[in-house]
Structures are given as C-alpha cells and as structure tokens.
Design a protein around this ligand. Sequence first.
Ligand SMILES: Nc1ncnc2c1ncn2[C@@H]1O[C@H](COP(=O)(O)OP(=O)(O)OP(=O)(O)O)[C@@H](O)[C@H]1O
Length: 268
Amino acid sequence: MKTAINLSNDSSVQAETNKNVKISVNNFNLFYGEKQALYDVSLDIYEKEVTALIGPSGCGKSTFLRSINRMNDLIDNVKISGDIIIDNENIYRTNDVIKLRTKVGMVFQKPNLFPMSIYDNVAYGPRMHGIKNKQELNQIVEESLRGAAIWDEVKDRLKTSALGLSGGQQQRVCIARAIAMKPEVILMDEPTSALDPISTLKVEELVGKMKKDYTIVIVTHNMQQAARVSDRTAFFLNGEVVEYDKTDTIFSVPKDKRTEDYITGRFG
Ligand SMILES: Nc1ncnc2c1ncn2[C@@H]1O[C@H](COP(=O)(O)OP(=O)(O)OP(=O)(O)O)[C@@H](O)[C@H]1O
C-alpha cells in the first residue's frame, strides 16, 4: 500500500507517463546488399528528449540514425524490413520523402556549409520551399541563428562567406540551417567530433536548450557527452540494441554485462 502511494506521488514516474512517443521503431532490419547492418531494432524515442546512440565503431549507429529520415534510400542496394513510425505515420509507406526530411532534419559530423554567405546558407532551405518574401526570410534567418546560439557572433557579418567561420561556428550555422526548415526532429551524427573542447561544450549546451522545442537523436562516440546531454541512451553492438534505458540507468546500473563492459572502457 505504502509503495503504491509513493509511486503515484513520485514526480519522475508522473513525468514518465506524460511523455509522448515521437518515433516508434518496431523490428527494424537493414541490409546493405547481402550484409545485414541492423537486427530487429525496436525502441521508442520520446518527444522533446535527447536520445543518444552509443556503441563501438561499425555497430550501426549512423545506419540507424539515417534510417529515421530515409537517408539510406540514397544508397544502392539497401533493403529494410520492419517499421519506423513518426507521429502515427509509417515513414517507409509514404511517398513524400521531402516532407519527411523537412520534418526530420539532420546535422552531420563535419560542418557542410555551402560556399555562400551565412545568410544564404540559412535561407537556402526556406527559399527552396518557395519563400521569397525578404522580410519573412530575414525573420527566419534571425530566429534560426538565435535558436542555434550563434546570432550574436554573426549578426554583423551575415553577408560574408560562411566558410570564413571557425569549425565550431560553422557547426552551429549548420544547426541553424536545420532549424530554418522548422523540423520537429533533429538527427545529429557525431556533431562535435571535428570540434575543439570549447566549441564542443557550446554545441552540447545548445543541444540541452534545443530539446525544449525539438526531439533530438544524437550519435556520439563520447560517453561523457552522452551522459551530459541525453535523457535516454541506446547501446548498439553488432547492429543490435543491447540495452536502451534512461541515461542515468545505463551509466550507473546497466543491466547487460556488455553495456557495462563498454561504458567502463573494457572494449570499443
Ligand atoms: N554504404 C554502405 N555500404 C555498405 N556497408 C555499409 C555502408 N555504410 C555502412 N556500412 C556497414 O554497416 C555497418 C554499420 O555501419 P555504421 O556506419 O552504421 O556504424 P557506426 O556505428 O555508425 O560506425 P562509426 O561509429 O564508425 O561511424 C558497418 O559494418 C559498415 O561497414
């Protein structure tokens, strides 16, 4: 009886039940030709949380991340089975992949800005979507750069080349470029691996703030980073999800010996 009362009053339990599932992955398999890269992945990703994907090199983290906005479609010979459902829509049954990639934006390992001005980089996507009104574009560019915590650093040089920025600044402009499309989910594939420690910290702080507005899935090799930025962590090994839980649990009381070995640095 006491336990029941305690549980119903426990705010963390309450919060847990209030979370919405944004992305539901069910028995998802992926093959590159004959080679299977993902095995029966099933997990729920919660709205407005940061979910980290960790695991040794080649375990399928990036493949899984790219499956969430069908970037793997661009690779020859990729076959999939199983479902990925975002907001009740099976993303592999829709023909509107452009809409999917607008809703699910992506930030890559290395900043990949176009050789054009900071302004034009951020305005690129909205322009491609037909927004021509100068005032509207100005507003999107400013809001996106503010949202990526880089506005103050670049507001006086918007018309200069984005490639003149530091790597850390470029990565935050890449995040602004993703935000400009008004996504609901942002996928990040090792977004800080090419950055120095100070820029890394800025991007981590930014990720922490962004989860107020977006559902974020982040691949990282850096376990301290996963522990610092994420609410939940999935540990991948050889294409399988070995363990998926709240980040605190994964890093303090992992249930699987393989997770424990990995997070304590015994392999990988
Ligand atoms: N385009 C591709 N064609 C064929 N095989 C691929 C392709 N991309 C990835 N793979 C293979 O799929 C497996 C998973 O790769 P993936 O890049 O998803 O792993 P990862 O965990 O993200 O690795 P890393 O941490 O090194 O980036 C690996 O064996 C890899 O060689």
